[in-house]
Design a binder for this molecule. Structure first.
Ligand code: SF4
Length: 323
């Protein structure tokens, strides 16, 4: 029977910032009422332009950041208000893979010590027990035992991401939050890393929260997709529904830029006008109305609520759906 591993309810995160010469205080609402859940062993992808709040959502769930409001349930435990000292057990269950394998690996440490670091922090294993697990994990991610004696700068981008994945998996976590894990890599290497993540998911029954700005990257790895715009999820549902019957104008615009492998088929490209508005001063009504190609009068003043879409578990926040 499938069970929910992660559930996020009404998640919000604001940052107080000062701007201007007089340092006037303003509030940046990075994440604004995000709700979703992930079934154990499945992949939920958060997709949207940079600055939409998807990475902040990932950092809140891993509790690198503390939420301003809302609940985060992981494996039946509510963790949103837990103090750092109470988070040790959760950190073993939740690990992150970061976008930039260059920046996330300590250049002064040997690879075997980088991968062993979580074991040092979270377990009482002896040095030789740690190194045995490290050697095994390096092989699992497609590297060799002898790679452990080298430094991160001696590896290619794809190999460094494999090291990052080995470090994330060494504690046998349940949930992996992968924040743009392939966007710094060449296209040919991207598919190798995505295939590796898929194989590891099957082997270790992992649950993924996958964060990306690119719908074409998440197409093959996702079971469910949430499309984020200015801090909120505007459409979410099973991957097939999002790709074959997108309902929200923003999802349609994102999808229009995804290439179709068949050269006989063409998608009409929807170019959105303007930049993402500032989360310090988001538009009233529907947050997307300033760029929406089919905006109506009501959209300028009334915020749309999320409604059931065209299939099970499909939700859309758009006044067009309410008609
Ligand atoms: Fe566009 Fe209005 Fe729908 Fe927002 S609510 S996406 S502005 S049609």
């Amino acid at each position: 029977m499938s069970s929910t591993l992660l559930k996020v309810n009404g998640l919000k995160k604001s940052f107080d910032i000062s701007s201007g010469v007089f340092g006037k205080k303003k509030t940046l609402k990075a994440v604004n009422d995000v709700n979703f859940e992930i079934i154990e062993g499945k992949t939920f992808s958060l997709v949207g332009e940079s600055g939409c709040g998807k990475s902040t959502t990932g950092r809140l769930i891993s509790r690198l950041l503390t939420p301003s409001h809302g609940e985060i349930w992981i494996d039946g435990e509510e963790i949103s208000n837990k103090k750092e000292s109470q988070l040790k057990k959760i950190r073993q269950k939740v690990q992150m893979i970061f976008q930039d394998p260059y920046a996330s690996l300590n250049p002064r440490m040997k690879v075997k010590d980088i991968v062993a670091e979580p074991l040092v922090i979270h377990t009482k294993l002896t040095k030789s027990e740690q190194q045995k697990l490290v050697s095994k994990m390096l092989e699992v991610v497609g590297l060799n035992e002898y790679h452990g004696d080298r430094f991160a700068h001696e590896f290619s981008g794809g190999q460094r991401q494999r090291i990052g994945i080995a470090r994330a998996l060494i504690l046998k976590p349940k949930l992996i939050i992968a924040d743009e894990p392939v966007s710094a890599l060449d296209v040919s290497i991207q598919s190798q890393i995505l295939n590796l993540l898929k194989e590891l998911q099957d082997e270790f029954h992992l649950t993924y929260l996958f964060i990306s700005h690119d719908l074409s990257v998440v197409e093959h790895i996702s079971d469910y997709i949430g499309v984020m715009y200015l801090g909120t999820i505007v459409e979410s549902g099973p991957k097939d529904t999002i790709f074959s019957q997108p309902q929200h104008p923003y999802t349609k615009a994102l999808l229009s830029s995804v290439p179709i492998p068949d050269p006989r088929q063409r998608r009409e490209r929807i170019i959105l006008k303007g930049d993402l508005p500032s989360p310090v001063n988001p538009p009233k009504g529907c947050r997307f109305h300033t760029r929406c190609p089919v905006s109506m009068e009501i959209c300028k003043s009334v915020e749309p609520v999320s409604k059931k879409g065209v299939s099970k578990d499909h939700f859309v926040a758009c006044h067009l759906i309410e008609k």
